[in-house]
Write a new protein. Structure first.
Length: 202
């Protein structure tokens, strides 16, 4: 009997964060659910982060994923956007690691390439291909493509089965800290971010 695996995909965002859940059995995958965490009505950036943590935790508790795949921040964005996006990504990762869910990180181009064969594919092209691959009914397609982007991250991870699975992998807190020594430090059991002035140089 082929083992079943539940994969949670996350498309990080500071205004809207997408999520998608796949069930994989052997070489077949089906969508269980996809949606968004909408934070546009919340003006406080820290309360937004709290909402991300609570919602991702709730999704993990509901679907009990075996693994989480998350899109890496795109380094073409400006410094302030990168910092905000990095925070939202970090909070989602923290929710997964806190539940002992292994995390895999993928670059945007790798995700698009895995689904459409084109690293510069548009959101619309990714959504259309996922609809075809996963046989999603038209009325099940979301209005916000952050959801299909997240489903794409999960599907990209599914496609990597049997191969090196991700650009970056975190198996737990210690592993996360060891692989991000220039960004965080551990002191008295607490994780602290490191911010260097060189990060703000143009």
């Amino acid at each position: 009997m082929k083992a079943e695996k539940i994969i949670l995909g996350i498309d990080p965002g500071t205004n809207v964060m997408g999520y998608g859940v796949l069930r994989a059995v052997g070489n077949k995958a089906e969508m269980l659910h996809m949606g968004v965490i909408d934070m546009r009505k919340e003006s406080d950036p820290y309360l937004r982060l709290g909402k991300i943590f609570d919602r991702v935790t709730g999704i993990i508790d509901s679907y009990l994923p075996d693994e989480m795949a998350i899109e890496a921040p795109f380094f073409g964005k400006n410094v302030q956007s990168m910092l905000k996006l990095g925070r939202s990504q970090g909070v989602a990762i923290a929710a997964a690691v806190g539940h002992s869910v292994p995390v895999h990180e993928y670059a945007p181009m790798k995700i698009k390439m895995a689904i459409t064969g084109q690293g510069q594919a548009s959101k619309e092209q990714v959504a259309a291909m996922l609809q075809r691959l996963l046989r999603i009914e038209a009325d099940e397609m979301p209005k916000l493509m952050d959801a299909t982007d997240a489903l794409g991250v999960a599907y990209c991870h599914f496609m990597q089965q049997g191969n090196p699975v991700s650009d970056t992998h975190y198996s737990g807190w210690k592993d996360f800290i060891n692989k991000n020594k220039t960004a965080v430090r551990l002191e008295n059991g607490l994780v602290f971010p490191l911010v260097k002035s060189s990060h703000f140089k143009k």
